[in-house]
Design a binder for this molecule. Structure first.
Ligand code: FES
Ligand SMILES: [Fe+2]
Length: 349
Protein backbone atom coordinates (compact mmCIF):
# COMPACT_ATOMS: atom_id res chain seq x y z
CA UNK A 1 0.00 0.00 0.00
CA UNK A 2 1.41 3.37 -0.96
CA UNK A 3 1.29 5.99 1.80
CA UNK A 4 -0.25 8.51 -0.58
CA UNK A 5 -3.26 6.23 -0.99
CA UNK A 6 -4.69 7.70 2.15
CA UNK A 7 -2.38 10.43 3.29
CA UNK A 8 -4.40 13.17 1.70
CA UNK A 9 -7.81 11.63 1.59
CA UNK A 10 -10.48 9.28 2.81
CA UNK A 11 -12.78 6.83 1.00
CA UNK A 12 -16.08 7.82 -0.52
CA UNK A 13 -18.88 6.62 1.73
CA UNK A 14 -21.04 7.31 4.75
CA UNK A 15 -19.96 9.86 7.36
CA UNK A 16 -21.74 11.55 10.23
CA UNK A 17 -22.83 15.10 9.48
CA UNK A 18 -24.61 15.88 12.72
CA UNK A 19 -26.53 14.73 15.76
CA UNK A 20 -30.26 13.99 15.43
CA UNK A 21 -31.41 15.79 18.56
CA UNK A 22 -29.57 18.99 17.56
CA UNK A 23 -31.66 19.41 14.42
CA UNK A 24 -35.31 20.23 14.99
CA UNK A 25 -38.02 20.41 12.33
CA UNK A 26 -37.63 23.43 10.13
CA UNK A 27 -34.00 23.99 11.10
CA UNK A 28 -30.85 23.96 8.98
CA UNK A 29 -27.25 23.65 10.09
CA UNK A 30 -23.81 23.85 8.49
CA UNK A 31 -21.66 20.74 8.35
CA UNK A 32 -19.05 18.99 6.26
CA UNK A 33 -19.29 15.76 4.28
CA UNK A 34 -15.98 14.24 3.30
CA UNK A 35 -14.48 17.66 4.07
CA UNK A 36 -16.86 19.51 1.70
CA UNK A 37 -19.34 22.12 2.98
CA UNK A 38 -22.95 20.91 3.19
CA UNK A 39 -26.16 22.13 4.73
CA UNK A 40 -28.18 19.59 6.71
CA UNK A 41 -31.83 20.36 7.36
CA UNK A 42 -35.03 18.79 8.62
CA UNK A 43 -38.32 19.44 6.87
CA UNK A 44 -41.71 19.96 8.48
CA UNK A 45 -42.43 16.22 8.37
CA UNK A 46 -39.19 15.42 10.21
CA UNK A 47 -37.23 14.07 7.22
CA UNK A 48 -33.57 15.04 7.05
CA UNK A 49 -31.76 16.15 3.91
CA UNK A 50 -28.19 17.16 3.04
CA UNK A 51 -27.05 19.19 0.06
CA UNK A 52 -24.37 21.63 -1.02
CA UNK A 53 -24.19 24.48 1.43
CA UNK A 54 -24.14 27.51 -0.85
CA UNK A 55 -27.08 28.73 -2.87
CA UNK A 56 -26.80 28.42 -6.66
CA UNK A 57 -28.08 31.97 -7.13
CA UNK A 58 -25.67 34.29 -5.30
CA UNK A 59 -23.95 31.82 -3.02
CA UNK A 60 -25.72 32.65 0.22
CA UNK A 61 -25.13 30.27 3.10
CA UNK A 62 -28.18 28.01 3.20
CA UNK A 63 -27.50 27.03 6.80
CA UNK A 64 -29.04 30.42 7.64
CA UNK A 65 -32.19 29.39 5.77
CA UNK A 66 -35.20 27.62 7.13
CA UNK A 67 -37.43 24.81 5.95
CA UNK A 68 -40.78 25.80 4.56
CA UNK A 69 -42.86 22.64 4.28
CA UNK A 70 -40.75 20.16 2.38
CA UNK A 71 -38.26 22.67 0.91
CA UNK A 72 -35.34 24.68 2.27
CA UNK A 73 -35.64 28.38 1.64
CA UNK A 74 -32.57 30.51 0.97
CA UNK A 75 -32.43 33.47 3.35
CA UNK A 76 -31.24 35.90 0.64
CA UNK A 77 -33.87 35.87 -2.18
CA UNK A 78 -36.01 32.95 -1.05
CA UNK A 79 -35.23 30.40 -3.72
CA UNK A 80 -36.44 27.06 -2.47
CA UNK A 81 -34.72 23.69 -2.73
CA UNK A 82 -36.33 20.27 -2.38
CA UNK A 83 -34.64 17.43 -0.47
CA UNK A 84 -33.17 16.09 -3.70
CA UNK A 85 -31.51 19.46 -4.36
CA UNK A 86 -33.89 20.60 -7.11
CA UNK A 87 -34.59 24.30 -7.07
CA UNK A 88 -38.38 24.25 -6.96
CA UNK A 89 -39.17 27.95 -6.69
CA UNK A 90 -37.37 31.20 -7.39
CA UNK A 91 -38.10 34.82 -6.62
CA UNK A 92 -41.48 35.42 -8.17
CA UNK A 93 -43.29 32.12 -7.94
CA UNK A 94 -43.94 30.34 -11.15
CA UNK A 95 -40.52 31.18 -12.60
CA UNK A 96 -39.04 28.14 -14.30
CA UNK A 97 -35.67 27.42 -12.74
CA UNK A 98 -32.81 26.40 -15.02
CA UNK A 99 -31.16 23.03 -14.39
CA UNK A 100 -27.98 24.68 -13.16
CA UNK A 101 -29.98 26.16 -10.27
CA UNK A 102 -30.24 22.69 -8.75
CA UNK A 103 -27.85 21.73 -5.97
CA UNK A 104 -26.13 18.44 -5.40
CA UNK A 105 -27.84 16.45 -2.65
CA UNK A 106 -26.67 13.44 -0.65
CA UNK A 107 -28.42 10.37 0.78
CA UNK A 108 -29.07 10.70 4.53
CA UNK A 109 -30.16 8.22 7.21
CA UNK A 110 -30.53 8.49 10.98
CA UNK A 111 -28.93 5.77 13.08
CA UNK A 112 -28.49 5.67 16.86
CA UNK A 113 -28.94 9.41 17.17
CA UNK A 114 -26.50 10.24 14.37
CA UNK A 115 -27.20 11.89 11.03
CA UNK A 116 -25.24 9.92 8.42
CA UNK A 117 -24.79 11.13 4.86
CA UNK A 118 -23.09 9.57 1.88
CA UNK A 119 -20.60 11.34 -0.36
CA UNK A 120 -21.95 9.45 -3.40
CA UNK A 121 -25.46 8.64 -4.62
CA UNK A 122 -24.77 4.94 -4.18
CA UNK A 123 -21.76 3.24 -2.65
CA UNK A 124 -23.46 -0.16 -2.72
CA UNK A 125 -24.88 -0.31 0.81
CA UNK A 126 -26.85 1.66 3.37
CA UNK A 127 -25.80 1.72 7.05
CA UNK A 128 -27.94 -0.91 8.76
CA UNK A 129 -30.47 -0.17 11.46
CA UNK A 130 -29.14 -1.19 14.88
CA UNK A 131 -31.10 -4.18 16.12
CA UNK A 132 -33.22 -3.35 19.10
CA UNK A 133 -32.28 0.32 19.42
CA UNK A 134 -35.30 1.60 17.57
CA UNK A 135 -37.45 -0.98 19.37
CA UNK A 136 -36.69 0.53 22.78
CA UNK A 137 -34.69 -2.46 23.96
CA UNK A 138 -31.92 0.05 24.68
CA UNK A 139 -31.68 3.27 26.64
CA UNK A 140 -31.54 6.44 24.63
CA UNK A 141 -28.17 6.75 22.92
CA UNK A 142 -25.52 9.06 24.33
CA UNK A 143 -24.19 10.94 21.31
CA UNK A 144 -21.30 13.38 21.21
CA UNK A 145 -18.88 14.92 18.76
CA UNK A 146 -15.15 15.17 19.49
CA UNK A 147 -12.50 16.93 17.44
CA UNK A 148 -9.11 15.28 17.00
CA UNK A 149 -6.04 16.24 15.04
CA UNK A 150 -5.43 12.94 13.29
CA UNK A 151 -6.47 10.96 10.23
CA UNK A 152 -9.79 9.02 10.47
CA UNK A 153 -7.89 5.77 9.93
CA UNK A 154 -6.17 6.22 13.29
CA UNK A 155 -9.54 6.18 15.06
CA UNK A 156 -10.89 3.23 13.06
CA UNK A 157 -7.78 1.22 13.86
CA UNK A 158 -8.22 1.86 17.56
CA UNK A 159 -11.13 -0.60 17.42
CA UNK A 160 -8.73 -3.47 16.80
CA UNK A 161 -5.93 -2.29 19.04
CA UNK A 162 -6.22 -4.70 21.92
CA UNK A 163 -2.85 -3.95 23.53
CA UNK A 164 -3.79 -0.44 24.57
CA UNK A 165 -6.76 -1.67 26.60
CA UNK A 166 -4.33 -2.51 29.39
CA UNK A 167 -1.72 0.19 28.77
CA UNK A 168 -4.13 3.10 28.35
CA UNK A 169 -7.32 2.00 30.07
CA UNK A 170 -5.81 -0.12 32.81
CA UNK A 171 -8.08 -3.07 32.07
CA UNK A 172 -6.85 -6.49 33.13
CA UNK A 173 -7.59 -8.62 30.06
CA UNK A 174 -6.78 -12.29 29.57
CA UNK A 175 -6.95 -14.77 26.70
CA UNK A 176 -7.55 -12.03 24.17
CA UNK A 177 -8.46 -13.38 20.73
CA UNK A 178 -9.01 -11.32 17.61
CA UNK A 179 -10.54 -12.94 14.57
CA UNK A 180 -11.66 -11.58 11.20
CA UNK A 181 -15.13 -12.86 10.34
CA UNK A 182 -15.81 -10.87 7.16
CA UNK A 183 -13.63 -8.96 4.71
CA UNK A 184 -15.69 -7.95 1.69
CA UNK A 185 -16.05 -4.87 -0.48
CA UNK A 186 -18.55 -3.31 1.92
CA UNK A 187 -17.51 -4.58 5.32
CA UNK A 188 -14.52 -5.46 7.49
CA UNK A 189 -15.89 -7.36 10.48
CA UNK A 190 -13.96 -8.84 13.36
CA UNK A 191 -14.65 -10.45 16.71
CA UNK A 192 -12.69 -9.83 19.89
CA UNK A 193 -13.14 -12.24 22.78
CA UNK A 194 -11.39 -12.00 26.12
CA UNK A 195 -11.77 -12.29 29.85
CA UNK A 196 -11.75 -9.26 32.04
CA UNK A 197 -11.07 -8.76 35.76
CA UNK A 198 -13.88 -6.43 36.74
CA UNK A 199 -15.85 -5.73 39.91
CA UNK A 200 -14.30 -8.52 41.88
CA UNK A 201 -14.25 -11.38 39.42
CA UNK A 202 -13.16 -12.58 36.03
CA UNK A 203 -15.83 -12.09 33.37
CA UNK A 204 -16.13 -13.22 29.78
CA UNK A 205 -16.46 -10.46 27.25
CA UNK A 206 -16.83 -10.14 23.51
CA UNK A 207 -17.04 -7.35 20.97
CA UNK A 208 -18.10 -7.64 17.36
CA UNK A 209 -17.03 -4.71 15.24
CA UNK A 210 -18.05 -4.01 11.64
CA UNK A 211 -16.37 -1.21 9.71
CA UNK A 212 -18.50 -0.37 6.69
CA UNK A 213 -16.80 0.99 3.60
CA UNK A 214 -13.71 2.04 5.57
CA UNK A 215 -15.64 4.97 7.02
CA UNK A 216 -18.17 3.92 9.62
CA UNK A 217 -17.73 1.62 12.65
CA UNK A 218 -20.53 -0.32 14.32
CA UNK A 219 -19.88 -2.37 17.43
CA UNK A 220 -21.69 -4.66 19.82
CA UNK A 221 -20.07 -5.45 23.18
CA UNK A 222 -21.09 -7.69 26.01
CA UNK A 223 -19.38 -8.05 29.36
CA UNK A 224 -20.80 -10.97 31.30
CA UNK A 225 -22.99 -9.86 34.18
CA UNK A 226 -22.29 -6.16 33.58
CA UNK A 227 -23.67 -4.77 30.34
CA UNK A 228 -24.44 -5.10 26.67
CA UNK A 229 -23.84 -2.09 24.50
CA UNK A 230 -23.96 -1.03 20.89
CA UNK A 231 -21.94 1.79 19.45
CA UNK A 232 -21.59 3.70 16.23
CA UNK A 233 -18.47 5.75 15.52
CA UNK A 234 -17.84 7.98 12.54
CA UNK A 235 -14.52 9.78 12.22
CA UNK A 236 -15.49 12.40 9.66
CA UNK A 237 -12.67 14.30 7.91
CA UNK A 238 -12.60 18.09 8.28
CA UNK A 239 -11.64 20.37 5.45
CA UNK A 240 -9.10 22.15 7.63
CA UNK A 241 -7.55 18.83 8.70
CA UNK A 242 -8.25 16.43 11.51
CA UNK A 243 -11.57 14.79 12.22
CA UNK A 244 -14.92 15.34 13.81
CA UNK A 245 -15.35 12.07 15.63
CA UNK A 246 -19.07 11.39 16.15
CA UNK A 247 -19.69 8.66 18.69
CA UNK A 248 -22.94 7.11 19.91
CA UNK A 249 -23.35 4.48 22.62
CA UNK A 250 -26.53 2.59 23.47
CA UNK A 251 -26.74 0.47 26.63
CA UNK A 252 -29.21 -2.40 26.79
CA UNK A 253 -31.95 -1.96 29.38
CA UNK A 254 -31.89 -4.12 32.50
CA UNK A 255 -34.87 -6.10 33.66
CA UNK A 256 -35.99 -7.02 37.16
CA UNK A 257 -34.61 -5.34 40.28
CA UNK A 258 -32.17 -3.15 38.35
CA UNK A 259 -34.74 -1.75 35.95
CA UNK A 260 -35.69 1.27 38.10
CA UNK A 261 -32.27 2.81 38.54
CA UNK A 262 -30.77 1.37 35.38
CA UNK A 263 -31.11 4.56 33.29
CA UNK A 264 -28.70 6.24 35.73
CA UNK A 265 -26.31 3.29 35.65
CA UNK A 266 -26.48 3.17 31.84
CA UNK A 267 -25.81 6.89 31.56
CA UNK A 268 -22.77 6.54 33.80
CA UNK A 269 -21.55 3.54 31.79
CA UNK A 270 -22.02 5.45 28.52
CA UNK A 271 -20.08 8.40 29.87
CA UNK A 272 -17.26 6.11 30.94
CA UNK A 273 -17.18 4.49 27.47
CA UNK A 274 -17.11 7.93 25.84
CA UNK A 275 -14.40 9.14 28.14
CA UNK A 276 -12.30 6.06 27.51
CA UNK A 277 -12.90 5.76 23.77
CA UNK A 278 -12.95 9.35 22.63
CA UNK A 279 -11.47 11.66 25.25
CA UNK A 280 -8.74 9.52 26.77
CA UNK A 281 -7.60 7.84 23.56
CA UNK A 282 -7.95 11.18 21.80
CA UNK A 283 -5.10 12.65 23.80
CA UNK A 284 -2.87 10.04 22.22
CA UNK A 285 -4.28 10.42 18.70
CA UNK A 286 -3.83 14.20 18.53
CA UNK A 287 -1.68 15.00 16.72
CA UNK A 288 -0.73 11.73 15.09
CA UNK A 289 0.97 11.39 11.77
CA UNK A 290 -0.86 9.18 9.30
CA UNK A 291 2.04 7.73 7.32
CA UNK A 292 2.19 4.03 7.02
CA UNK A 293 5.89 3.82 7.84
CA UNK A 294 5.07 2.29 11.16
CA UNK A 295 6.46 -0.87 12.60
CA UNK A 296 4.04 -3.73 12.98
CA UNK A 297 4.59 -6.59 15.38
CA UNK A 298 3.38 -10.14 15.88
CA UNK A 299 -0.29 -10.39 16.75
CA UNK A 300 -1.25 -7.38 14.65
CA UNK A 301 -2.34 -9.34 11.59
CA UNK A 302 -5.86 -7.89 11.86
CA UNK A 303 -4.42 -4.36 11.62
CA UNK A 304 -2.48 -5.37 8.53
CA UNK A 305 -5.57 -6.94 6.96
CA UNK A 306 -7.53 -3.77 7.71
CA UNK A 307 -4.82 -1.65 6.06
CA UNK A 308 -5.23 -3.73 2.92
CA UNK A 309 -9.02 -3.39 3.17
CA UNK A 310 -8.67 0.38 3.57
CA UNK A 311 -6.35 0.58 0.58
CA UNK A 312 -9.00 -1.24 -1.48
CA UNK A 313 -11.60 1.28 -0.34
CA UNK A 314 -9.34 4.11 -1.50
CA UNK A 315 -8.79 2.44 -4.84
CA UNK A 316 -12.54 1.89 -5.32
CA UNK A 317 -13.11 5.55 -4.50
CA UNK A 318 -10.48 6.66 -7.00
CA UNK A 319 -12.23 4.58 -9.68
CA UNK A 320 -15.74 5.74 -8.76
CA UNK A 321 -17.50 7.57 -11.55
CA UNK A 322 -18.08 11.26 -10.93
CA UNK A 323 -21.28 11.65 -9.01
CA UNK A 324 -24.50 11.97 -10.93
CA UNK A 325 -27.36 13.78 -9.27
CA UNK A 326 -28.19 11.60 -6.29
CA UNK A 327 -31.56 10.73 -4.92
CA UNK A 328 -32.25 11.38 -1.26
CA UNK A 329 -33.62 7.92 -0.66
CA UNK A 330 -30.43 6.03 0.09
CA UNK A 331 -29.24 2.98 -1.75
CA UNK A 332 -30.90 -0.36 -2.16
CA UNK A 333 -28.41 -3.01 -1.14
CA UNK A 334 -28.17 -3.89 2.53
CA UNK A 335 -25.26 -5.01 4.67
CA UNK A 336 -25.57 -7.20 7.72
CA UNK A 337 -26.05 -5.33 10.98
CA UNK A 338 -24.13 -5.92 14.16
CA UNK A 339 -25.32 -9.14 15.76
CA UNK A 340 -25.11 -8.22 19.41
CA UNK A 341 -26.42 -11.55 20.63
CA UNK A 342 -24.42 -13.87 18.44
CA UNK A 343 -20.77 -13.29 19.28
CA UNK A 344 -21.06 -13.16 23.04
CA UNK A 345 -23.36 -16.17 23.16
CA UNK A 346 -20.97 -18.27 21.09
CA UNK A 347 -17.97 -17.09 23.04
CA UNK A 348 -19.64 -18.04 26.32
CA UNK A 349 -20.44 -21.54 25.12
S1 FES B 1 -28.57 33.81 -2.94
FE1 FES B 1 -30.03 32.29 -2.56
S2 FES B 1 -31.79 33.03 -3.51
FE2 FES B 1 -30.32 34.53 -3.97
FE1 LIG C 1 -9.27 2.99 23.83
Amino acid sequence: MRPDLYQGGTPEGWYAVGISRDLRRGEATASELGGAPVVVWRDAAGEVAAMDRYCSHRGADLSHGKAEGDALECPYHRWRFARDGRCVAGAGDGARMPARAHLRSYPVVERAGLLLACTQPDVGYTPPVLPGVEAARFHRPLVRRYTHDCHPLVILEDNMDVLHMEYVHGLQCHDMKLEIVEDTDDCFRFLTTYELDLLGRRRRAATETAIYGGTLAYGGSRVEGILSALFVGSPAPRNEGGVDFYFSTCIEKARGAWAGIHPLVANLASRMIHHGSAVFDGRIWSPQRPELGRVGMGGEEVNSAFHRHYARQMERSALAAPAARPSASGSPRGVAPIRLDAPPASSYA
